[in-house]
Design a protein around this ligand. Structure first.
Ligand SMILES: NC(=O)c1ccc[n+]([C@@H]2O[C@H](COP(=O)([O-])OP(=O)(O)OC[C@H]3O[C@@H](n4cnc5c(N)ncnc54)[C@H](O)[C@@H]3O)[C@@H](O)[C@H]2O)c1
Length: 455
C-alpha cells in the first residue's frame, strides 16, 4: 500500500513526455498494478478462463461471459472445460459475472470469444462483433481493448475498431487503443501451459504495445514477442495453424496413396524420421476449433484480394476427405473378413483430440454418421466427452463403459486418450474374429496383423 502511494507521488512530479496518450498508457499499467483499475476478460472458455485466472494472480480481473450456466459453475470454482482444477481458482483477485454492467469498471478489455465458420465454411464474425459492441458501450477515454480470438489479418482494425468507434463515439488511437495477442494454448497439454508459451503481442500505438507487453509480460514466464503491427500478430496465429494443417495434409495424402499400394505409412514415417531434419507429422483426422477452422479465415481473405490460395484450399479438402477414406477402409476390411451381415461397431473416443472434453467440429462424429448410413450398428463411448453435449451437437448418445459388452465385430480407436493405451482392455469387448481399426496406430507394434488395421 505504501509502495503504491510512493509510486503515485513520484509519477506526479515526473515531467510529461510525448503526447497525452503516452502519459495515460504509462499510468494505466500502474493503475492496474495497484488495482485502482481492473481488467475485463470477455469470454471464459478454453482460452479466456486460464487467461483470466493467470491475470488475476497479479491484477484485479472481472471475468465476463454471456453463458449464465458457465458463470454459476465458475463461481463454484468448477471449470466446464475441465482443463483447470479448483486449486487454480485459489488466491485469485477475480469476479465472475454474466451481467455486462460489470464491464464498466474495467480499463483494459481482453476479448476471447469464438470465431467459428458458417455452413459455407466462411468466417462467422457475429460473436466477435457482438462482444466488441458490448465492450464499446462501456469504453472510456484512455481504455485499451485487446483481442485474442483467432481472426484473419486486418480484422481487428477493419471490423472491430469501427464497431468500437461507432458505439462509444470515441476516436481510435486518440481516446482509446487496441491490441491483438493470439492465444497458443493447447488444451490437454500439461507441458506447454499458459505461462510457458511465449505470447505474441501487438498494439495500435507504441504506448498501447508497451502497456500490453507489460501486462502479459507480468504473467507469462516465457516472455512476450512484440509483433511489428496488429496484422502481423493476426497473420502469425493463422499461419501457425495453417502450417500444421498443410503438414498433416501431406501425411494424409501419403497415407491414402500408401494404403492403395499396401505400404504401411507409419513404418515409412518411422524410417524417414531417422533423418535429422525430417519433420514428424502423422496422418489422421483434423477437427476441432483451430486447425480445422482457422485456415478458412485466411482462405476467405485471399479471395478478397483476388489471390488463389491453392495449397491451403487443397489441404482443407484432403484433410476433410479423411473421414471418407477411413470409412471406406473400415467397410472394405469388414466385408472381406466378416462378410456382408450387419456388424456392430464400437467407436472409442468422440472428442476432437486426446485427453480433452472438447467435441467441437469432431470428425469422429462424421465417421459415426457415415457408418450408421452404411448399415452398421454403432455404439460410441468416451470417458471425457459430456453425453448431453454429444446429444445436443450430434444427436446420438454415449454409452457408459460399464454397459459395453463383448459383441463388437469392429472396434474403432478414434481418439488417442491416454486411458485407451492398454490394448488388453480391447479384447473383452471384441467378438471372436473381430477387427481393431486403430486410426492413430497406437497399437501397431502390439497387434496381430490380420485383425488389426491402421491408416
Ligand atoms: N480452444 C483452443 O485451444 C484455442 C487456442 C487458441 C486460440 N483459440 C481461439 O480463441 C477464441 C476462443 O476460443 P475458445 O476455445 O476459448 O472458445 P470457447 O467456446 O471455449 O469459449 C468462448 C466463450 O465466449 C463466450 N461468449 C460468446 N459470445 C460472447 C459475448 N458476446 N460476450 C461474452 N462472452 C461470450 C462463450 O459463452 C464461451 O464461454 C477463438 O477465436 C479460438 O479460435 C482457441
Amino acid at each position: 500500500m505504501r509502495t503504491g502511494l510512493a509510486l503515485k507521488t513520484q509519477e506526479k512530479y515526473q515531467p510529461m513526455k510525448g503526447p497525452k496518450l503516452a502519459y495515460i498508457k504509462q499510468s494505466l499499467y500502474k493503475q492496474l498494478e495497484e488495482k485502482e483499475a481492473s481488467i475485463a476478460v470477455v469470454g471464459l472458455g478454453y482460452v479466456g478462463l486460464p487467461l483470466a485466472l493467470h491475470m488475476a494472480s497479479k491484477f484485479r480481473v472481472n471475468g465476463f461471459d454471456v453463458n449464465s450456466k458457465k458463470i454459476v459453475q465458475l463461481l463454484q470454482h468448477n471449470d466446464p472445460c475441465e482443463e483447470l482444477t479448483s486449486k487454480d481458482f485459489d488466491d485469485k483477485d477475480i469476479t465472475f459475472s454474466f451481467d455486462q454492467n460489470t464491464l464498466a469498471d474495467a480499463k483494459l478489455y481482453i476479448v476471447a470469444v469464438p470465431t467459428p465458420i458458417d455452413k459455407h465454411k466462411r468466417p462467422n464474425l457475429n460473436p466477435l462483433k457482438t462482444a466488441t459492441a458490448m465492450v464499446a458501450k462501456y469504453l472510456k477515454k484512455g481504455d485499451c481493448v485487446v483481442f485474442e480470438s483467432t481472426v484473419y489479418p486486418g480484422c481487428t482494425e477493419e471490423i472491430c475498431v469501427p464497431v468500437l468507434e461507432r458505439i462509444s463515439r470515441l476516436k481510435f488511437n486518440k481516446d482509446f487503443t487496441v491490441g491483438y495477442s493470439p492465444e497458443r494454448i493447447n488444451p490437454g497439454d500439461k507441458t506447454h501451459t499458459f505461462t510457458q508459451i511465449k505470447k505474441v503481442v501487438s498494439g495500435s500505438t507504441p504506448e498501447a504495445l508497451r502497456l500490453i507487453s507489460k501486462v502479459y509480460g507480468a504473467i507469462v514466464t516465457a516472455g512476450v514477442h512484440e509483433a511489428s503491427c496488429l496484422k502481423v500478430a493476426e497473420a502469425s496465429k493463422v499461419v501457425e495453424n495453417i502450417q500444421r494443417d498443410v503438414n498433416i495434409g501431406l501425411m494424409n495424402e501419403l497415407a491414402t496413396l500408401f494404403s492403395a499400394m499396401d505400404i504401411p505409412i507409419k513404418d515409412v514415417l518411422e524410417s524417414a524420421g531417422t533423418k535429422w531434419n525430417f519433420q514428424n507429422y502423422f496422418p489422421g483426422l483434423v477437427g476441432g476449433h483451430c486447425i480445422g477452422v482457422d485456415p478458412y479465415y485466411l482462405i476467405e481473405r485471399a479471395y478478397h484480394f483476388n489471390c488463389k490460395p491453392a495449397i491451403m484450399e487443397q489441404v482443407r479438402k484432403t484433410n476433410e476427405s479423411m473421414v471418407e477414406h477411413i470409412v471406406k477402409k473400415i467397410t472394405a476390411r469388414t466385408r472381406l473378413m466378416l462378410g456382408n451381415e450387419p456388424k456392430r461397431v464400437l467407436i472409442k473416443g468422440i472428442t476432437f483430440k486426446e485427453d480433452v472434453n472438447d467435441i467441437r467440429n469432431s470428425k469422429v462424429a462424421d465417421i459415426v454418421a457415415s457408418l450408421i448410413d452404411k448399415g452398421f450398428e454403432v455404439v460410441v463411448e468416451d470417458p471425457y466427452a459430456k453425453p448431453e453435449e454429444v446429444m445436443y451437437e450430434y444427436g446420438f448418445t454415449l454409452t457408459p463403459d460399464n454397459e459395453i459388452d463383448n459383441t463388437f465385430n469392429v472396434i474403432v480407436m478414434a481418439v488417442n486418450h491416454s486411458v485407451y493405451k492398454n490394448i488388453e482392455t480391447l479384447e473383452p469387448q471384441l467378438a471372436p474374429g473381430g477387427i481393431v481399426f486403430d486410426i492413430r496406430g497406437t497399437f501397431r507394434h502390439l497387434a496381430t496383423c490380420h485383425t488389426y488395421v491402421t491408416l
